[in-house]
Design a protein around this ligand. Structure first.
Ligand SMILES: [Zn+2]
Length: 383
């Protein structure tokens, strides 16, 4: 079976790369709904062609979501294969083309994570061709808003949760075919400081500078960084004032804190709030709003076991995977799976580098081994 599987997937690589080119050439910046919807339709068609049952979740804020289910009857113990269709590259951002050489493919999302979507399709098509797809309890979820923290699709994920027993996420891997069971959690905040404007020459003493208070806040908040604990605080955006000769009335900060463990993230959240509450400056108001974040993906006995089973299945077809020894700094939908109590393994997509930059690429020789590994793992989960 393993040899046959490897042969049909290898055979299908040309189709996979051609499909990748087609979906990369369609811009799927998160806010470019038209493009996202077009790619979702293409993905839905591939799933339908394998006789999967396809559900389209219509969205208005972002592009639609696609859910595919194999015909296996399991209602509560299905395996989720998850990937996002959206990218961080706007249509007018100068990075829209697809190209390839003998080793690599280049283009927006080839690694993050349209290459991963192709790995899912190659695995499913391979299993379908061998007549093994329908007996596997699989739910596929292609979402459209991961790059903005999945504000809409996380609701769909919560709806799917009762039917799932584990989740596989196809973000790109880490060097050395390393998979991911740990990702930092993120809490985002917007802080608004309101002081009092005044002419900086004639009425300087009447003014209350919002920028001065904001600057003091930056110092205190960034001091929460503790590399030993895997905790970071970053004020990434700051805006304030109106003119050089006016005492600034307003300043706005956007910041995030990240941590590997839930308790640490909770304590960072509380610390940010305490810093804001602690501002004592007559005539200056400070308000703090927490934005949509992500809980940490923490390794659990169940996710460790999932990794071990995956590693063994991958080894059976000659593909060696390792485990990333630290928490990945960036979040993904695996964080949202963990928040729902679903064991998750991430980094199952293709190999490459430079995601979120115009130099993004993926290695062509990684597609077949990655697809074979997931297919081999799924075969061990046959009912
Ligand atoms: Zn991604």
């Amino acid at each position: 079976m393993q040899n046959e599987l490897a042969a049909v997937i290898q055979d299908d690589l040309a189709w996979g790369l051609d499909f990748l080119e087609r979906i990369v050439r369609i811009n799927t910046f998160t806010k470019h709904r038209e493009g996202v919807n077009e790619v979702q339709s293409m993905l839905a068609e591939v799933l339908s062609d394998m006789d999967m049952d396809v559900e389209r979740v219509l969205e208005t804020e972002v592009g639609d979501q696609i859910i595919g289910r194999s015909s296996a009857p399991e209602e509560h113990s299905r395996i989720l294969l998850m990937g996002h269709v959206d990218t961080v590259f706007p249509p007018d951002g100068g990075f829209t083309e697809f190209s390839r050489d003998s080793d690599c493919v280049f283009g927006p999302g080839v690694l993050d994570m349209k290459g991963g979507l192709v790995v899912v399709l190659l695995a499913l098509r391979g299993l379908a061709r061998l007549g093994r797809l329908e007996s596997l309890p699989l739910t596929v979820f292609f979402n459209s808003d991961e790059e903005i923290a999945s504000p809409c699709s996380r609701k769909t994920l919560a709806r799917l949760a009762p039917e799932l027993r584990l989740g596989l996420v196809f973000e790109g891997d880490r060097p050395g075919n390393a998979l991911v069971t740990r990702r930092k959690g993120i809490a985002d905040f917007s802080i608004r400081v309101t002081g009092k404007a005044a002419h900086s020459g004639s009425r300087h003493s009447d003014g209350k500078s919002a920028i001065r208070v904001a600057a003091a806040l930056v110092e205190k908040i960034e001091a929460l960084t503790d590399y030993q604990e895997g905790a970071t605080a970053n004020v990434g955006l700051i805006k304030g004032g109106s003119a050089i000769n006016v005492v600034p009335e307003t300043a706005v900060l956007h910041l995030e804190v990240r941590a590997e463990r839930k308790e640490k993230l909770a304590s960072l959240r509380a610390a940010v709030q305490a810093i804001v509450d602690g501002v004592q400056c007559d005539g200056v108001k400070v308000s703090c709003t927490e934005l949509l974040g992500l809980e940490p993906l923490e390794e659990t006995p169940a996710s460790r076991e999932l990794f071990e089973a995956y590693r063994a299945a991958a080894a059976s077809i000659g593909h060696t995977v390792t485990l990333l020894g630290e928490a990945a700094g960036g979040g993904s939908d695996a964080n949202n799976l963990a928040a729902l109590g679903i064991p998750a393994l991430d980094g199952l997509g293709v190999s490459g580098a430079n995601l979120h930059t115009h130099q993004e690429y993926a290695r062509i020789d990684s597609f077949v081994p990655k697809a074979c590994a997931v297919a081999a793992y799924l075969l061990t989960q046959s009912s």
